[in-house]
Design a protein around this ligand. Structure first.
Ligand code: NAD
Length: 479
């Protein structure tokens, strides 16, 4: 049985309370025990990071960069030892976990590469004076993440924070804490004690962390309700916040889109991680004229999923991560059906005898969903996708923009200029054309994040690095 402790000052720290972690795909399987931090342990972790900041912030960029590059290598080397644990605690497929750790290592390397240019001071001069605009680390960062892609989400905070000279206290989600903690412990060992600390727990621990006066900035990935609570606790010492919140990403299919070509990409964009990712396609808009052809092809593609335990042979679709998530989607499907809409469940139950022993749901599509249905206007964060028909581009742009969320979005067309014109009218932080996500070039260069209630600030790229520095202006008066 695995026991995951807190990590403070590079030491494993035990506590008096442990949370039992169970497998969401097999309730009888106990995965391990997760330490729950006390308030005073949160204080110890923050204090350790505060002490470490004194020398880490003055460590030269080259040393910080070299350590981070070494840490990226550790992530990759540890991947084979951790992907099964991640599958058992979170329900995510082995292939997904492996790809996630690879992407996370790239995130670390990208930040190191971008920081070399980004951290250079900008100096300007005229006859009367000399000005230097310098970038300084902020202090101790609190990184709080959700369960759906724990390694990527953590590295998006840790890498820019550390390369800019900050130290960090990470609080993973209790629904996916063990795998990421193992990786963080291996990484932390090569850094001075206190540069990376990890605390575990739920809302109380998160609250103690975000209230702590020595935390200078909170970088949070999760839902809007918790973001609201964090803003309140951040207010006590005027802390800066950066939020990556939910999305309700529209996919707009234009009438000239190549349905055959787009379908596997689109379906992957909807149902990867069983629909549990922030920039998943969460509603599809299809021109009335091609709706039937599109829908028939969509159903064929979704029917291919094989739903089961993430470690079972042949599985392509895992369970929901937790009870709340499972019940939320089930209830939303029930309400959608009650409203008169047609919900079609597809895919194959790999081993129906285990179905009631895990949070299993079949992927589902809502046919002829009306544009104002709850499942269209709210983030479902699970495997049910509404397909709405539209008549004109003006109509579809209005519908796409009518929610309070604006994370990602996608436009699908054979005509780049036409797709681009639509993309530019969407209220979103990101728009993907003919895909449901970023390319490798995009991962490095696009500031990841959303508008409206999808977040505050951005991650990745130079803009993401900018979240982890303070600006210091120095002005020398020559005369
Ligand atoms: P959540 O908001 O319930 O929890 C997120 C984290 O906050 C967890 O670690 C949790 O323990 C912690 N927390 C809970 N209460 C807290 C408090 N009072 N103070 C401080 N921390 C507290 O979200 P979730 O269920 O883990 O994640 C689902 C949501 O996250 C979805 O809306 C999804 O779209 C969003 N998400 C966004 C992105 C993005 O990059 N934009 C990425 C992944 C997930």
């Amino acid at each position: 049985m695995i026991k995951t402790e807190l990590l403070i000052d590079n030491n494993d720290v035990a506590t008096s309370e442990y949370l039992e972690v169970n497998d969401p795909g097999n309730f009888e399987e106990r995965v391990g025990l997760l330490a729950q931090a006390t308030k005073s342990q949160v204080d110890q972790a923050v204090t350790s990071a505060h002490e470490a900041f004194k020398s880490w912030s003055r460590t030269d960029l080259q040393t910080r960069s070299e350590l981070l590059l070494q840490a990226a290598g550790i992530l990759e080397a540890e991947a084979p030892h951790v992907i099964e644990l991640m599958a058992r605690e979170s329900g995510m497929l082995l292939t997904i976990n492996k790809a996630e750790i690879g992407m996370a290592a790239n995130i670390v390397r990208d930040n190191v590469e971008l920081a070399a240019e980004f951290l250079k001071p900008k100096q300007i001069e005229d006859a009367a004076s000399w000005v230097s605009i310098e970038k300084r680390p902020i202090g101790v960062i609190a990184g709080i993440v959700s369960w759906n892609a724990p390694v990527i989400l953590t590295m998006r905070k840790l890498a820019p924070a550390l390369v800019c000279g900050n130290t960090i206290v990470i609080k993973p989600s209790p629904f996916a804490a063990m795998g990421i903690s193992l990786l963080l412990k291996k990484m932390a060992a090569i850094f001075p004690p206190g540069v990376i600390n990890v605390v575990h727990g739920g809302a109380e621990v998160g609250d103690a962390l975000t209230r702590h006066p020595l935390i200078r900035k909170i970088s949070f990935t999760g839902g809007a309700k918790v973001a609201e609570a964090i803003m309140k606790s951040a207010a006590n010492s005027i802390k800066d916040v950066q939020f990556e919140l939910g999305g309700n990403d529209p996919a707009i299919i234009l009438d000239d889109a190549d349905i055959e070509d787009l379908m596997p990409k689109l379906v992957g964009g909807v149902f990867r991680r069983s629909g549990q990712f922030c920039f998943a396609v969460k509603r599809i808009y299809v021109p009335e004229l091609i709706y039937d052809r599109f829908f028939t092809r969509l159903i064929e593609e979704v029917a291919k999923f094989k739903v089961g335990h993430p470690l079972a042979t042949g599985v392509t679709f895992g369970p929901m991560n937790n009870r709340h998530q499972y019940q939320f989607i089930k209830d939303m499907i029930d309400r959608t059906r009650k409203s008169g809409a047609e919900v079609i469940e597809l895919g194959e139950k790999l081993d129906p005898s285990t179905w009631d022993g895990g949070y299993y749901l079949l992927p589902a599509v809502v046919k002829h969903a009306s544009p104002d249905l709850e499942v269209v206007l709210t983030e479902q964060f699970g495997p049910v996708i509404p397909v709405v028909s539209y008549r004109t581009e003006t109509d579809v742009i209005r519908m796409a923009n009518q929610t309070e969320l604006g994370l990602g979005s996608s436009v699908w067309s054979s005509d780049f200029d036409r797709a681009l014109a639509v993309a530019r009218q969407l209220e979103a932080g990101m728009t993907f054309i003919n895909q449901a996500g970023t390319s490798r070039l995009g991962q490095k260069n696009i500031p990841f994040g959303g508008v409206k209630q999808s977040g505050i600030g951005r991650e990745s790229s130079e803009i993401g690095l900018g979240e982890y520095v303070e600006y210091h202006g120095i002005n020398y008066h020559k005369i």
